[in-house]
Write a protein that binds this ligand. Structure first.
Ligand code: ARG
Length: 571
């Protein structure tokens, strides 16, 4: 089916481009009429004509089937009000449509680089953001029919591995594996670091170990592999706990590109892009300067002959485009790495590895703050362990359920608490514009009131409970959708608007667009439920209102699932 929005957009585009080819209005759901189109001003200007006259001509050309009223407002807005039969017909189509009216998109291959924690290091809240945002984007892209290639670009290479391997040897393999497998990655890393700083002999061994690792010494590689494998097992446990679909197969870490690095450097040299600067080999992409206005280098090969983070990113990008043929590259990485990524993209373009036909984007996000509005840290001042946060959310959700006297056996309550905890954490992360920082306030996040994940889950569970009470005494297909009450009509307008919410979330890589939509829908439902009795309504009306409950529940559950949030039937 064609969504209401797409249908109107198509008709408007037709009328606009009849006056000037290619002219396209911007349409949005609105308080003025049901939808408002903007763009008459720009069109009139380009034609050198009077806006109201142009608006009149557009209206005259517009297919007005299902439109009750068009109002020309101000100098150039068209406010469209739909007829109730048309809106009812749209609802009937959605009710019969498995995908709630979302038309499949022309498939693209979308590579999403997300999560990317570092081996033998605890995942911190920055990785939480990348994981949660990346997973939501992956789900949304898949839902509209794109092919998603997840890439977990874990940090599994570089100089710290010298000291990590030496520390592993000191501990003995078995002990080392034991401490890593309980997820105590931070103590492992810190112990290695402390020895490195305090013990010159250890530091010396570590440096030699880096050389052995880089030259491919088999025993060193074996020890390194232990660190990688144990970490990946640990990361997978965290993904399970979060209900994130990343698997070990999606891990393609920095080290995976080692064999390609020399080629990257050679080809940059052959293209005449490589410059020696302070003993390192660099590319200077145009437009990047430091505070003094001097050009900034992207270092591809360091003075010690090692390759760095930038080189593996270049190799990865080249492979993602050249071999994997990705149409879209999304890098879900924190805002502080913006300059690094922009420089990598710029160098790839200079080298011809990133053609204009490929859409490449840094999906940046802000920081997670504590309730004191400073970077989230524990009292001891160290960065907060992600699993600890989730555990605390589970405990609070469990308490909330006990307090609410939800009648459940222990096992079901634990499962529900886990679903609520995930919802709390994911919603808090996804519901603000991602570039902004957000405050990690568990108490607020887990609350069943306000703009929270559990509130949305609760709204859905309430709808399911109404439907359970109605049993099988009604039929969705037979619902009349007369939409006689204002609150019913408002809810209907909300229900038909899922496709445009999803479309804008995808176009901007902004899951919060979907969150805003879902919260608005839940509020429309509440207003409807307050104004319109459902189970006690006369027969025809009762069917219609139950149908509105059913479509609301389906829409909320689908929307939440696209954010990686479960919608339990009872809570
Ligand atoms: N491992 C890096 C970190 O923890 C993030 C990697 C992001 N992805 C990339 N292709 N550079 O900061």
């Amino acid at each position: 089916m064609t969504s209401t929005y797409a249908l109107l957009q198509e008709r408007l585009s037709g009328a606009f481009s009849a006056l000037s080819p290619g002219a396209d209005p911007v349409l949005r759901a609105s308080e003025h009429g049901d939808y408002q189109a903007n763009g008459v001003m720009a069109l009139a200007k380009s034609l050198g004509r009077n806006p109201r006259e142009v608006a009149g001509e557009i209206v005259a050309r517009l297919d007005l089937e299902g439109v009750a009223e068009v109002e020309v407002a101000g100098p150039g807005f068209l406010n469209l009000t739909l007829t109730t039969p048309f809106l009812g017909a749209q609802l009937r189509e959605i009710a019969a449509n498995e995908r709630l009216g979302i038309a499949p998109a022309a498939p693209r291959r979308v590579l999403i680089d997300y999560s990317a924690p570092n081996v033998a290091k605890e995942m911190h809240v920055g990785h939480l953001r990348s994981t949660v945002i990346g997973d939501a984007l992956a789900r949304m892209h898949r839902f509209v029919g794109h092919e998603v290639i997840p890439r977990n670009h874990v940090g599994d290479w570089g100089t710290p591995f010298g000291m990590l391997i030496e520390h592993l040897i000191d501990l003995g393999e078995e002990n080392a594996v034991a401490s890593l497998s309980i997820g105590d990655l931070d103590s492992f890393y810190k112990a290695a670091r402390t020895k490195f700083d305090a013990d010159e002999a250890f530091a010396e061994r570590s440096r030699a170990r880096v050389v052995a690792l880089q030259s491919g010494d088999p025993e060193t590689r074996r020890l390194w592999q232990i660190l990688v494998d144990e970490s990946v097992v640990y990361f997978s446990q965290v993904y399970d706990l979060l209900d994130v679909s990343l698997t070990p197969e999606d891990v393609v870490g920095e080290s995976a590109y080692n064999a390609l690095l020399a080629g990257v450097v050679d080809d940059l040299a052959a293209a005449g892009l490589l410059v020696e600067s302070g003993g390192a080999w660099c590319v200077f992409p145009a437009g990047f300067t430091n505070r003094e206005g001097e050009p900034l280098p992207l270092i591809v090969k360091k003075s010690d002959d090692g390759y760095g983070y930038a080189a593996s990113d270049l190799a990865a990008l080249r492979q993602r485009v050249g071999e994997l043929h990705a149409d879209d590259l999304l890098y879900v990485v924190g805002a502080p790495q913006a300059q690094h990524l922009e420089m990598v993209f710029a160098v790839a373009r200079m080298a011809g590895w990133l053609p204009a036909s490929v859409h490449c984007e840094h999906v940046a996000f802000g920081s997670v703050l504590g309730t004191d509005r400073k970077m989230l840290r524990t009292r001891a001042g160290v960065s907060v362990k992600l699993v600890g946060l989730l555990d605390e959310a589970i405990t609070r959700a469990n308490e909330a359920l006990v307090e609410r006297h939800v009648a459940l056996d222990d096992e079901s309550r634990d499962e529900l608490a886990l679903q609520i905890a995930r919802a709390a954490i994911k919603w808090a992360d996804l519901s603000t514009e991602r570039q902004r920082d957000y405050v990690f306030d568990l108490e607020r996040m887990v609350s069943f009131e306000g703009e929270t994940g559990p509130y949305l889950q609760y709204a859905h569970a309430r709808q399911r409970s109404i439907l359970r009470r109605a049993q099988d005494t009604w039929s969705l297909a037979a619902a009349p959708f007369a939409l006689a009450e204002r609150a019913e009509r408002d809810l209907a307008l909300g229900l038909v608007a899922l496709p445009e919410a999803l479309e804008s979330a995808l176009a901007l890589s902004q899951p919060h667009k979907l969150c805003t939509y879902l919260f608005d829908l839940a509020q429309r439902f509440t207003a409807f439920y307050e104004a319109c009795p459902v189970l006690t309504a006369p027969e025809g009306t009762r069917d219609e209102r139950l149908a509105l409950c059913e479509l609301s529940a389906r829409t909320l559950a689908t929307g939440l699932s696209l954010l990686g949030i479960d919608a339990p039937d009872r809570m």
